[in-house]
Design a protein around this ligand. Structure first.
Ligand code: BGC
Length: 369
């Protein structure tokens, strides 16, 4: 049973009850004016009672609405794939918040397959969920996802993979909750600028780096790649890109890319930028295997502030990372979902809600552990 619809129906029914009662009372009192005054009074009292009863029914219906959506509403959650370190933290936070609020939650693994996720969305719609929270497999599928949920009239919160404002404007019961990935890229660049030699370990007047990218279809990967380097060039630093490769957010791929590049470029590499921590942890394994030492002869930065990365920052094996606030985003997604369930709609151009990133260094890493 889709509660949001039930809710609207209940509210409508009680409003109609009030207006029908009001009509009934004037009808019954109209002929009474020409009849005996006692009859008029009786009719009025009766009408007043009926109106009062209708009001009470409306209040009860409103209470039911609150109860129904707040406890026992059913929510479908689609995650692009379960086998993603950051999204595992995120989905656990989401599930905990939703269940803590009394919702019935079903979380599906899209297995990095958009066709599979489309089926899951359709199944949720058939089951009549009250709202959907979707982490799309492919941002390029956003148009189709939005058309589907709009057609079904299901309030939807998109997370983690941001579509364009234009795509979202197709449906006013849809909102994106995430972060502005440009900010995380800039912070990664600042982490390098904050080192004693601003990243130029060998003092040759330029910062030579390799970039290990997430899935480039995802705007997070695009912006982090661009803005990390931009922070350096904006500060007047000359940079040299030795290599840029996609590691698809994956630890093993991060390890392989770093291993090959360390073999190929050796000491020329001064900085390894990774679009996320999981790839940075992989890169760290390659750095250590190559006998290099982070913060002495190479710098390494990631994004997310996974527990493993926080430990490495504290131990000096990562230069720094950037908190991608899974808990904050999960709480924001639930808040936006509840606003939608409460009837809120979002105007075009106002459909992205951002949670801030935080720069993480050895000084503040413990705050996030
Ligand atoms: C995170 C990555 C994650 C990706 C999934 C990014 O925001 O930083 O760790 O793999 O989202 O889409």
């Amino acid at each position: 049973m889709r509660l949001s619809r039930k809710v609207t129906a209940m509210a409508l029914a009680s409003m109609m009850a009030v207006s029908m009662m009001a009509c009934g009372s004037s009808d019954s009192s109209a002929p009474a004016t020409t009849a005996a005054p006692a009859a008029t009074e009786a009719a009025k009292t009766e009408a007043a009672k009926e109106t009062e009863a209708a009001k009470e029914a409306a209040t009860e219906a409103a209470k039911e609405t609150e109860k129904a959506v707040g406890a026992g509403g059913s929510i479908g959650v689609c995650i692009y794939k379960f086998d993603d370190a950051f999204m595992t933290t995120y989905r656990n936070a989401l599930q905990e918040i939703l269940e803590g609020k009394g919702y019935t939650v079903s979380v599906m693994d899209g297995k990095n397959d958009q066709a599979e996720q489309n089926n899951q969305i359709n199944n949720f719609i058939t089951q009549g969920v009250d709202a959907l929270i979707i982490n799309p497999v492919m941002t390029s599928a956003a148009d189709q996802i939005i058309a589907t949920v709009k057609d079904a009239g299901v309030p939807t919160v998109l997370i983690n993979r941001e579509p364009t404002a234009d795509q979202m404007s197709a449906y006013d019961k849809l909102v994106y909750v995430g972060c502005d990935a440009r900010q995380s890229g800039t912070m990664q660049g600042e982490l390098i600028l904050d080192t004693p030699n601003k990243g130029d370990i060998n003092g040759d007047g330029k910062v030579s780096y390799i970039m290990i990218q997430g899935d480039p279809e995802n705007v997070d990967a695009q912006y982090r790649t661009e803005f990390s380097v931009k922070a350096l060039t904006d500060a007047g630093i000359t940079v040299e890109e030795l290599d840029l490769q996609r590691g698809d957010w994956d630890r093993n791929k991060g390890q392989e890319i770093a291993q090959n590049d360390l073999a190929k470029f050796g000491d020329e590499i001064e900085v390894i930028f990774c679009n996320n921590d999981d790839m940075a942890i992989g890169a760290l394994q390659a750095i250590q295997a190559a006998g290099r030492k982070v913060n002495e002869d190479i710098y390494l930065v990631g994004v997310d502030a996974l527990d493993a990365a926080l430990n490495e920052v504290v131990n000096g094996n990562m230069t720094g990372t950037v908190l991608n606030d899974a808990n904050g985003q999960a709480a924001g997604a639930v808040e936006a979902m509840e606003a939608l369930l409460g009837g809120k709609t979002y105007a075009a151009g106002e459909q992205s809600i951002y949670v801030d990133y935080v720069k993480v260094t050895p000084e503040n890493a413990a705050d996030f552990q």
